[in-house]
Design a protein around this ligand. Structure first.
Ligand code: NAD
Ligand code: GLY
Length: 367
């Protein structure tokens, strides 16, 4: 017998919404319909996901709904204003009105773009997240950050715009490439490192099961991650404080993604290296112990993630990009560091020499 879906809530007053998690959630048409406003629905997905899941998903909608699809090219490189226009083309060509519901069926790229399209179309329409990668299930589908990249900076154009619900089907992870699974695990490790030492220890003990895609282990990791994220977002939706801690590893990571060319390094891979760099910085300040720093590196390696910066990148490359990070206040570079394993702190860095030293240390640390 199928287990019932687990339900978490993101508490944001009148914009609160549920996260449904479980095997077969994609087929829970009756749940989905509760969050569809009118007869118009546009499902946004990409060329990789469409052949795997789209027709079965579309077929379950009742005839009274007018369901259209928009199939975008696949890849971080297409997370642009130009591709966003394809969603607007589909909406306008189908004469979609303000009551239309946009459904994002895909990973973080599709979720971020569909959410941004929903925020902009006719100044805001209904939107549902159906994340299909581990990374999007544990992070990007929850919390309402939407947007696209600019050639000069990652996610630089966007909006905070919350979905009406998030539907997470763990069975779709069976088709996810191994490299993408590992990339998602980087964001899972992040939650343990920044706010839950026990969860970090659980990950140390259960990484093999996660890599083998054991459903119980994956469901537990997804549920715990979503719970952590929902708690933080409920406290600080627009990132004026604690939400910034969710960017542990991201300041260094975004620099890698931008410098290396979008899509060359997966977001989760860049975040893994970024977490190791932020942990090194935390150790340098004598916050994080050398032993706990080594555990972060070891867990990333266990998850089959990179822990060393791209050889082609030097400290100046990082600093150039880190200076245009959205978190920065005045002239300093805002970093998320670890006071200890399981506790993050915001740190405004003005000592570029120290930052240089930490980045260069990467050339000496064996992986
Ligand atoms: P992605 O969306 O590019 O998906 C990764 C790859 O997996 C793609 O090729 C995709 O087509 C494929 N795929 C998706 N689901 C699949 C499935 N079930 N089976 C087989 N293949 C599948 O990448 P991602 O890692 O999901 O997301 C990364 C993006 O998310 C980045 O753009 C990042 O900036 C963004 N992000 C946003 C937030 C946020 O809060 N909004 C948080 C973290 C990351
Ligand atoms: N991924 C960071 C955030 O949602 O705030």
């Amino acid at each position: 017998m199928k287990n019932p879906l687990e339900i978490l809530n993101v508490d944001l007053g009148e914009r609160s919404y549920p996260i449904y998690i479980g095997q077969g959630a994609l087929g829970e048409q009756l749940i989905l319909e509760k969050y569809i406003d009118s007869s118009q629905v546009l499902i946004v997905t990409n060329e990789t996901i469409a052949p795997l899941y789209l027709s079965k998903f579309v077929d379950q909608f009742p005839e009274r709904l007018d369901v259209k699809t928009s199939i975008l090219p696949d890849g971080e490189i297409y997370k642009t204003l130009e591709t966003l226009n394809k969603i607007f083309d589909a909406l306008l060509e189908s004469r979609c009105n303000r009551q239309v519901t946009l459904i994002a069926l895909g990973g973080g790229v599709i979720g971020d773009m569909t959410g941004f399209a929903a925020a902009c179309y006719q100044r805001g329409v209904n939107f549902i997240q159906i994340p299909t990668t581990l990374l999007s299930q544990v992070d990007s589908s929850v919390g309402g950050k939407t947007g696209v990249n600019h050639r000069l900076g990652k996610n630089m154009i966007g909006a905070f715009y919350q979905p009406k619900c998030v539907l997470i089907d763990t069975t779709v992870l069976s088709t996810l490439p191994d490299r993408e699974l590992s990339a998602g695990l980087a964001e899972v490790i992040k939650y343990g490192a920044i706010c839950d030492r026990q969860f970090f220890e659980w990950l140390e003990q259960n990484m093999e099961s996660l890599l083998l895609r054991d459903n119980a282990a994956l469901t537990y990791a997804i549920k715990t991650s979503c719970k952590k994220k929902a708690e933080v977002v409920a406290k600080d939706e627009k990132e004026s404080g604690i939400r910034a801690t969710l960017n542990f590893g991201h300041t260094f990571g975004h620099a890698i993604e931008t410098q290396m060319g979008y899509g060359q390094w997966l977001h989760g891979e860049a975040v893994a290296v970024g977490m190791c760099m932020a942990a090194d910085f935390s150790e340098k300040l004598t916050w994080l112990s050398p032993e706990d720093n080594a555990r972060i590196r070891a867990l990333c390696l266990k998850a089959k993630l990179p822990v060393m910066k791209p050889q082609a990148m030097v400290a100046e490359d990082f600093i150039k990009h880190m200076k245009v990070d959205k978190k920065n206040v005045s002239a300093s570079i805002r970093l998320i560091l670890l006071k200890t394993l399981g506790e993050a702190r915001i740190y405004d860095c003005t000592d570029v020499a120290l930052l240089n030293e930490v980045i260069n240390r990467q050339d000496q640390v064996p992986s």
